[in-house]
Design a binder for this molecule. Structure first.
Ligand SMILES: [Zn+2]
Length: 100
């Protein structure tokens, strides 16, 4: 379950996307992050995948990633990657705009 714990970029990407979700819905980022980490709000979850698809220029769920989860072990978000090379290709530029 904690096999992805070394992958720090996934957490940066998820937080960046959630920041955009918060902005678009006029919500506080902290609230969106909390809601999303619990996975209890389908609208927030759907908005996350929508914004991510927008940034990647393609659908990502089931294409680049099979899922996202909040890891209690390291207090970070993890993404389950399906196509790491394509992810780098499609989201590499956006990743550069995110805080380290
Ligand atoms: Zn972890």
């Amino acid at each position: 379950m904690f096999t992805d714990c070394k992958v720090r970029w996934a957490n940066r990407l998820v937080l960046g996307i959630l920041g955009e979700v918060a902005k678009s819905k006029d919500l506080k980022k902290g609230d969106v992050v909390k809601t999303f980490s619990k996975g209890k709000d389908a609208k927030v979850t759907a908005a996350f995948w929508d914004v991510l698809a927008e940034k990647a220029g393609t659908e990502t769920f089931g294409v680049l990633f099979s899922g996202v989860s909040y890891c209690e072990g390291c207090n970070r978000f993890h993404l389950d990657e399906l196509d790491p090379d394509r992810t780098k290709q499609l989201l590499g530029e956006y990743m550069k705009t995110l805080p380290k």
